[in-house]
Design a protein around this ligand. Sequence first.
Ligand code: RFL
Ligand code: PHB
Length: 389
Amino acid sequence: MKTQACIIGAGPAGLLLGHLLRAEGIECVVLERKTGDYVLGRIRAGVLEKITVDLMNRLGLDGRMKEEGLPHDGFNLADGDRLIRIDMGDLVGEQVMVYGQTELTRDLMEACDERDLAVIYEAGDVALHDIESDAPYVTYSKDGSDHRIDADMIIGCDGFHGPSRKAIPDTVGKHFERVYPFGWLGILADVPPCNHELIYANHERGFALASMRSATRSRYYIDVPLTDKVENWSDDQVWDELAIRLGPEAAAHITRGPSIEKSIAPLRSYIFAPMRHGRLMLCGDSAHIVPPTGAKGLNLAASDVYYAADALIAFFRKQDNNAIVGYSDRALARVWKSERFSWSLTKLMHRFPEDGAFERAMQVAELDYIANSRAAQISIAENYVGLPV
Ligand code: RFL
Ligand code: PHB
């Protein structure tokens, strides 16, 4: 098979990019290792920045998001005693949209047939070839036979563990990494949220986050040591811990219920550079990971896709290679700033095992500074709603 753009991975990055290219009449094929149901079963992001909402709007696929999504004007940092409200509406005049990654992915998936975006699910052994040449290709296996796709460009949207990044030679790529000594235990339950806005809490016993998917579905997290196993946490233990860490005000409004999903995700900061080599471009988690504290992962995938689509449209429409060449620097400039924000919020809101009384006092001082400084709140708010693309 021959196509213009071969996209690897049908997560949000791959599907968003595929739709943006198809909207311009560019031929493309998306290869996905898993089934569609498996992709939808992964419970991940919940907070969308303007860039992500805008891309869904540009595609005309934001109908359900507009109806069911929850626009939020503010969120809260809790320091054990009080809630420090970051009023994004007042501070920077913007909002975020609470709408699950699962729902966004479903909206993109369901539009594939109608928009003629071909997605090949359960594509095994995906491998990239000759990315440094003008005739790159991808091979994969499906239903017992081997296949080959020749493409003008390959776009790796295959997440942190996919093959795309690994196709860039070690002599070219550089890795920047920070692994954190804890993971987030997440619980999803069909109960009303304890608060109408998110609460990120730094408590003596550790971090907690109260989030939501709708007025009747809640998403909560606590940080746990990396050695913990999800089987060792009963639902009751998680609810007990949340009630302590989120503080008395939130605890009074927690409704408990059976978990419908419970999992532990390790925390990592990671950047791979460059994000393009030869005929291969990387988008989203394939090139970078942020700890979830800033709610940036999916949104960075969306801003990469925005830049990549721009570059690919110029390349296919006007044979202009400059935007492809500039893609990595353009995307990385925003990636590094989101990495910085995610890292700094992670440091502020978590207790690190190696930290002593001094580091703790620094966190207390910083939270008190934020509580009393409009300038500090503006800085947090402008990062949280998303820096301009
Ligand atoms: P994905 O979603 O991992 O999709 C990659 C796709 O590639 C497929 N794939 C392959 N396909 C073919 N061949 C192979 N060999 C392949 N290997 C992999 C995979 O099956 C998959 O379908 O990456 P993408 O599209 O870059 O999207 C990134 C986001 O998923 C991720 O950054 C966010 O979920 C991160 N994240 C959050 N981001 C936010 O913006 N806001 C949040 O509130 C937020 N909360 C979170 C999060 C991530 C979390 N976890 C579990 C890591 C909360 C959590 C707990
Ligand atoms: C979520 O709702 O899953 C969520 C919200 C905010 C974050 C991370 C995850 O920072």
